[in-house]
Design a binder for this molecule. Sequence first.
Ligand code: ASP
Length: 327
Amino acid sequence: MTRPILLSTWSFGMQANEAGWPRLGGPDGSPLDAVEAACRRIESDAGNRTVGKGGYPDRSGQVSLDAAVMLSPARCGAAAYVRRFEHPVTIARLVMEKTPHVMLVGDGAERFAKLHGLTPADLSTEPSREGWRRWIEEHPEAAADNERGYLPPANVEQIGLDGGTSAPPHPAVPPQERLPHNRTHDTVGVLAQDAAGVPAGACSTSGMAYKVPGRVGDSPIIGHGLYVDPPAGAAVATGTGELVMGVCGSFLAVERMRHGATPAEAAEHVIRRIDASYAIRPEHQVGLIVLAPDGTWAAAALRPGFSVAVRTPDRDELVPAGWVRHP
Ligand code: ASP
């Protein structure tokens, strides 16, 4: 037996854990139910600009969502480039449970969601539309270059959270998450383990602010944004997805544990590998949560400000990442 635990990324992870915790064990739930419920809570929060409805759009003004769920290598599912449904995490779960496939994207994922009774939704909100309009006005060169590349970088961090609307951050956002490198993205990533030691993971995101249309990051790609293999452990990533994808970040963390590393050593190894593999820019951030089969866990990040919401039978709190590569 292990102690049940729920770990979620960022300060909004506290709400995610609140939604997921009652589903973690007992007759009314499972670790999979818990991680799905946790992600759904954040997907439905239109005030959250980096997950689900109201997320930062791409540079054509369209919000597109990505998500994944995973129980083991043989049981995982993902949905990417979802533009008309609020809960990509539920589509990911349906892909895992109802198809022989691992991932559906775009129109196909949306047709599939509709077939399974999910209700289409408009993902944009007035603040997301207004933020985009301002951003395009301020970056005409990016708009002109829309289909060709991601230059210049999004630079939302230079001009405020809303691409120039200068809307103040939500008062609940702690100061460390207002640091420039933490502003333009943020995935809800959730790892769970029940009292029987059964793990599950899920993540959901609207990706990078003002990304090139069609861009998909690490989150819905198994082994990159999320990996769960019960005998070895689980890991989930957040931050600049492109930095995670080149090193298979979540898979790498779990493999390190398979070969004897502690969660802290595994998380640190991945962040060091990212640092060694890329020219790290000021706006880059990566955060990683790693959970071992014995219930021990750790978090590490490229830069300060990453935190983990921790829920156990006697803990419900936000904890700063334990190891940070760049001060
Ligand atoms: N990793 C996500 C992506 O690149 C965004 C984030 O977690 O900040 O799409």
